[in-house]
Write a protein that binds this ligand. Structure first.
Ligand SMILES: [Zn+2]
Length: 346
């Protein structure tokens, strides 16, 4: 299991920066605890260097991580000194791997700040002790400026801090490929399909005898993308009303999963059913596997970058997890399972 150290900067006699009635040490601890809370659903050993208001030397923080042989070290700080926004640091001589991980986390967190109107001050390097003396890839996140009146308003906003902690956790999950904890009653996606061709075919035809039969395309594409085709096919049954359509998408768009149909938009069009179905698998793929498409495939999914920049790339594990991601409804994925996949398997 991946071992992660979250390091709330400062503590005890060392307040860190102060300003606008705030002490950095308290904010660092609050954010760090919430990051760990957000990771509780994941298969990761996440621990804090301090869980209360105590003083720790920089060396002690590094020793904790080195003794544990942690896979990653993430230090949480608040900036000061006249400025605004977010920046991150890795060691002056950081490895390529450290940079690669930093980029994912940085972009996720910077995206959260940008939405709230704060600038991305960039990906920086420095010779800081916790970056230099930790034996694993390490990052420092500098979250807003405690001495800026405008930044401090957000630092006092519990809802904003909750969202920040969630985006840091999402960045770590995405960067390190941390899987969700398995839950027995959920439907995994990176497994072989349970439905047979005949089950899928007779399910489809029992609902719409005139529906075109693209089941072989789902099966072939599912194999290439490492995703169970029956779940993806079940989603198309839901989205197209068994190829009766009648929603925002027309049949000639070859869009069998409503890609890009939010806000009343007509959604994406594809040149063939094959391309449309492959785009659908690519959209699942970015949610379940992250940024790397299988080698040699043509990028077809028009919503791919939206997932990559949301910080959710590679973070989903079960069909049920699509709820709140693919579609706003929390029950979206559960509906694919309960209303389409389960009856297909009967
Ligand atoms: Zn600090």
């Amino acid at each position: 299991m991946i071992k992660l150290i979250i390091d709330p900067g400062h503590g005890g006699k060392d307040s860190g920066a102060v300003g606008n009635g705030l002490k950095e040490k308290n904010l660092n601890l609050d954010i760090s605890k919430k990051v760990v809370d957000n990771l509780s659903a994941y298969e990761v050993n996440a621990s804090l260097t301090r869980s209360s208001d105590i003083y720790l030397l920089l060396k002690e923080r590094c020793d904790i991580a080195n003794k544990l042989q942690a896979d990653y070290f993430c230090s949480i700080h608040i900036n000061a000194g006249g400025g605004t926004g977010f920046e991150s640091y890795v060691y002056t001589k950081a490895s390529q791997q450290t940079e690669k991980l930093r980029q994912v986390i940085h972009n996720t967190v910077a995206g959260y700040y940008k939405k709230a109107g704060f600038p991305d001050r960039g990906e920086k390097r420095a010779n800081f002790a916790v970056l230099r003396d930790t034996k694993m890839p390490a990052i420092i996140l500098e979250n807003l400026f405690i001495d800026s009146p405008n930044d401090s308003i957000k630092l006092k906003d519990a809802g904003f801090i909750d969202g920040l902690a969630k985006s840091i956790a999402n960045g770590l999950v995405s960067a390190l490929g941390i899987p969700l904890k398995p839950l027995l009653n959920k439907t995994p996606v990176k497994v072989k399909a349970k439905a047979t061709v005949d089950q899928a075919r007779s399910f489809l035809h029992s609902k719409n005898v005139h529906a075109p039969d693209y089941i072989d395309i789902y099966i072939n594409t599912g194999e290439r993308y490492g995703l169970r085709w029956d779940a993806v096919f079940a989603q198309s049954c839901k989205e197209t009303a068994f190829w009766r359509f009648g929603g925002d998408v027309s049949p000639n768009q070859n869009n069998f999963c409503g890609l890009g149909t939010f806000d009343g938009k007509p959604g994406a069009s594809f040149s063939s059913p094959c391309d449309g179905i492959e785009a659908q698998f690519q959209h699942w793929h970015v949610y379940y596997y992250g940024g790397d498409l299988p080698a040699g495939v043509k990028e077809l999914d028009p919503r791919r970058n939206a997932v990559l920049s949301s910080g959710n790339a590679g973070t989903l594990q079960y069909v049920e997890d699509l709820g709140g991601h693919w579609a706003p409804s929390k029950d979206y994925g559960a509906s694919i399972v309960n209303d389409y996949l389960a009856p297909m398997l009967k």
